[in-house]
Design a protein around this ligand. Structure first.
Ligand code: GNR
Ligand code: NI
Length: 165
């Protein structure tokens, strides 16, 4: 297993839209293992392949306190069940280290995805899991949580991260 390097905002590769996974092979399983190891190493609760420069529709999530309930989602799709129900949550991102902003997202959703064997699954997520699913889906579409805040705030965050380096 290998810990991969996480790209930081404003890296342009974070803007690339991921392609659908077509082959559920050993390479995909190795990628998922590396992503889980990388996420646990930095104590994140989610990681999208985009963040390590791999432009495939796969993300890993683990919101459990014990860090022993990994969820691997391939080719995820969200169905918004009731668009009028939204919830705010203070989001952070491993690609935007040190910054947190309240983001409002649809809270009543269904997630359809494939597992690592290509078997289609459906879940009705609740609470924090819902937020992380939206956040990871954004990554796979080349979006970041800072795209949901004002241009002014986004530019300030970008300038601070660029200076840090
Ligand atoms: O570790 C993470 N914490 C987090 C907190 C609130 C909302 C979303 C997240 S996901 C983030 C890891 C990450 O950057 N995933 O892409
Ligand atoms: Ni993120």
């Amino acid at each position: 297993m290998t810990i991969r390097k996480i790209l930081k905002f404003p890296h342009q590769d974070l803007r690339v839209k991921a392609s659908q996974v077509k082959e559920f092979n050993e390479e995909l399983k190795v990628l998922a293992e590396d992503m889980l190891e990388t996420m646990y190493d930095v104590k994140g609760i989610g990681l999208a392949a985009t963040q390590i420069g791999i432009h495939k529709q796969i993300a890993v999530i683990d919101i459990s306190p014990e860090k022993n309930e990994p969820l691997v989602i391939v080719n995820p799709k969200i169905e918004i069940l009731d668009a009028s129900i939204k919830e705010e949550y203070e989001e952070g991102c491993l690609s935007v280290p040190g910054f947190f902003e309240k983001i409002s997202r649809p809270a009543d959703i269904k997630l359809i995805y494939s597992d690592l064997d290509g078997v289609q699954k459906e879940i009705k997520p609740e609470g924090l899991l819902t937020k992380v699913i939206h956040h990871e889906m954004d990554h796979l579409n080349g979006k970041l949580f800072v795209d949901h805040i004002s241009e002014l705030k986004r530019r300030r965050i970008r300038n601070k991260i660029v200076k840090q380096k």
